[in-house]
Ligand binder design. Structure first.
Ligand SMILES: [Zn+2]
Length: 221
């Protein structure tokens, strides 16, 4: 065994009750391995990442992300943004996949996730025309995850959903430009996303007879 691993193993405190050894998959609450937990562990890459993302501190965040009214694709987009998994040029540069991290839309030096969804000159006009402009302007920019947690504490359900949909639409717009199939009109595209999610929620209410819960969160409806 390599030395860092051996050091970790011998640092584990032993029980004084001399209980028998048994296998326990710690990422699952019941100790049993599941494909789902294995998948998430693989996506995060290491045990430290798991603890960082799924520790108690982030419980509220993940409940909000997965409990937001909207289609699963919206939840998945938010999860990718919060875990740094959106393939912006900045992220690809950090992973040594490409060397140029400048924004293809506006030429900014670093296409971070916050830049691509919020601060890019090509996207910013949508936020300026939004009732959420004041929140977006004042939100912290240390990381997208911290920004989203900050917004979560201040926006009600409808505002948080609208904010998330605009981010999602902004990302799709950015991708349309990168793949050289640009939208005809950004504002119309964003309105189309908002309408689509509203219609999805109406449909979900009729079919599932429920709204998705958003319990234990900082904001009120
Ligand atoms: Zn840009």
């Amino acid at each position: 065994m390599v030395k860092p691993g051996a050091t970790l193993v011998v640092s584990i405190p032993l029980s004084l009750r001399r209980v028998a050894d048994e296998r326990y998959w710690w990422p699952s609450s019941d100790g049993c391995y599941s494909t789902k937990s294995g998948y998430w562990m693989g996506r995060l890459g290491h045990c430290g990442g798991w603890a960082s993302w799924f520790g108690v501190d982030n419980d509220v965040l993940w409940k909000a992300v997965w409990g937001l009214d909207g289609p699963p694709k919206l939840h998945h987009f938010l999860w990718r943004a919060c875990t740094g998994a959106l393939a912006t040029k900045g992220r690809l540069t950090e992973r040594h996949i490409i060397q140029d991290k400048s924004c293809l839309l506006c030429g900014n030096d670093d296409e971070s996730i916050i830049h691509s969804l919020i601060d890019c000159r090509e996207i910013a006009c949508v936020w300026r025309n939004s009732p959420l402009a004041g929140y977006i302007e004042n939100a912290p920019r240390s990381s997208f995850r911290e920004m989203f947690k900050w917004l979560l504490q201040r926006l009600n359900n409808d505002e948080l959903r609208q904010c998330s949909v605009i981010m999602w639409a902004g990302w799709s717009f950015r991708n349309s430009m990168v793949h050289e199939e640009p939208w005809n009109c950004l504002q119309q595209g964003v309105q189309g996303y908002i309408k689509w999610v509203d219609e999805y929620n109406e449909y979900a209410k009729l079919v599932f007879h429920r709204r998705l819960p958003r319990s234990s969160m900082g904001a009120t409806s």
